[in-house]
Design a protein around this ligand. Structure first.
Ligand SMILES: [Zn+2]
Length: 268
């Protein structure tokens, strides 16, 4: 993570400003979705522009496909202040870096409970930052963001899986699915338009699925357990990546379609 100062615009505030209040270094900072230290480990072909995003805006059922300039690996999101980025967020990077380096590089080491927790915190951080890329499609509540600031752990109602990826289409691929779910015929109180999100991404050989919902306790997509290991909430120590199948482009695309169908169903 190499924050670069950015000019203050309008009434911009750090995503965590409500919790930390006034800080020493409140200026806006750009957070790399794919951490800077990780770039040398990723199979980046800088001759190709593969920065593609699917956006789903409120009240617009059809997703908008967007080809953006630059490479996905260079994608930054300016939603936090320099104090957060250089401080506690950088510590989360540091705690997860060693084990993430192995996973991104294609090694499949067993993960201790502490390593699983470090990776889960890093994934939650990236998921929260990614959710802020387009505030109109945000689905992670302010209270979840505040809980993460305080605990540095995925908030209640979150589920996180990781797997080993081998493919081409999903290299540095990132997808964010916001849902608006009803419960008992009503939309439960929530401070964002959407109230559930699923984020899928691949960084080198690491495949990630992060799902956050305070509303629907059961995970809505079947058939991931043969490929992805749950690391949050904690289940077993250690976990062995050799015990699950490698995630291919066909697997990732199958889950993508399952989520897309769920989003169509939920968002109408
Ligand atoms: Zn901050």
């Amino acid at each position: 993570m190499a924050p670069s100062p950015k000019k203050e615009v309008g009434s911009w505030r750090c995503l965590f400003a409500d919790v930390h209040g006034a800080v020493e270094n409140p200026g806006r900072s750009e957070e790399h979705f794919f951490s800077r230290w990780m770039h040398d480990l990723l199979p980046v072909d800088r001759s190709k522009n593969k920065h593609h995003q699917q956006l789903r805006k409120p009240h617009e059922p059809a997703a908008l496909s967007v080809n953006r300039t630059g490479l996905t690996v260079d994608r930054t999101i300016a939603c936090v202040c320099r104090s957060c980025n250089n401080g506690w967020m950088n510590q989360i990077e540091g705690s997860a870096k060693a084990i993430l380096s192995e996973l991104v590089s294609g090694k499949r080491p067993k993960l201790t409970a502490a390593q699983q927790a470090a990776v889960a915190s890093w994934i939650a951080m990236k998921t929260i930052v990614g959710d802020q890329d387009h505030p109109t499609t945000s689905a992670i509540s302010a209270s979840d963001c505040h809980a993460f600031y305080n605990d540095h752990r995925p908030p209640a109602g979150w589920k996180i899986w990781i797997g080993s990826y081998d493919g081409a289409e999903w290299q540095m691929g990132y997808t964010h699915f916001p849902f608006r779910a009803t419960y008992g015929g009503a939309v439960p109180p929530h401070d964002r338009h959407y109230n559930i999100q699923a984020t899928l991404f691949a960084a080198g050989s690491l495949f990630v699925l992060a799902y956050s919902s305070g509303i629907i306790p059961e995970f809505p997509v079947n058939g991931i357990e043969s490929h992805l290991m749950p690391i949050w909430p904690f289940q077993s120590d250690p976990i062995d990546p050799e015990s699950v199948a490698i995630t291919t482009d066909a697997d990732a695309n199958r889950w993508y379609i399952a989520f897309e169908n769920l989003v169509k169903l939920a968002n109408g």
